[in-house]
Ligand binder design. Sequence first.
Ligand SMILES: Nc1ccn([C@H]2C[C@H](O)[C@@H](COP(=O)(O)OP(=O)(O)OP(=O)(O)O)O2)c(=O)n1
Length: 182
Amino acid sequence: MILTGSEIESQVAQGRIIIDPFQPEQLNPNSYNFRLGNVLKVYSEAVLDVRKPNPVQTVYLPEDGMVLQPDRIYLGSTVEVMGSDHYVPIIRARSGVARLGLFIHITADLIDIGSVNQWTLQLHAVQPLRIYPGMLLGQVTFWRTEGPVTLYSGKYQGSMGPQESAIHLDFDKSPREAMAGL
Ligand SMILES: Nc1ccn([C@H]2C[C@H](O)[C@@H](COP(=O)(O)OP(=O)(O)OP(=O)(O)O)O2)c(=O)n1
């Protein structure tokens, strides 16, 4: 079951959902709009490798914006530190952003229960698009769970700013550890 905007606000007030900073005017009927931080990371090599660290360049989004090019992925992050030990967050683009052809994640919309940090966004523009730091880019929804809860303790816990893939770390683990996210 999805939380309504007023229930999100109530759960934030009780400390059961973390959204920091929290602005009530960013609430929607059943979601909360989040902002884009001013740091982007771009992979520097043309061919990426899941078994190795992939070097990145850091780019600071100027106040007058920056044009995203279609042939690459830009890692950004939310301004807000968000998460919950009680509800499962799922992120989406705002419709107005999607209507301009911008993906704000690439098939990774599910946030683990217990994952509290600035979430990494995988920005991909279908055609050149100027974006701005601090813009209201996406929305987060919160979902009730069923069953015993195990809180997230994976490799991206506590991250601030955009985090490049650390999937290469999985290759040093046993298949059981990798599947368990240990
Ligand atoms: N667009 C996204 C999706 C997820 N996350 C964060 C919150 C998630 O709780 C965490 C881990 O997500 P996954 O379990 O999908 O990713 P992995 O399986 O690669 O990581 P791990 O091995 O840590 O579970 O990454 C994020 O910042 N931005």
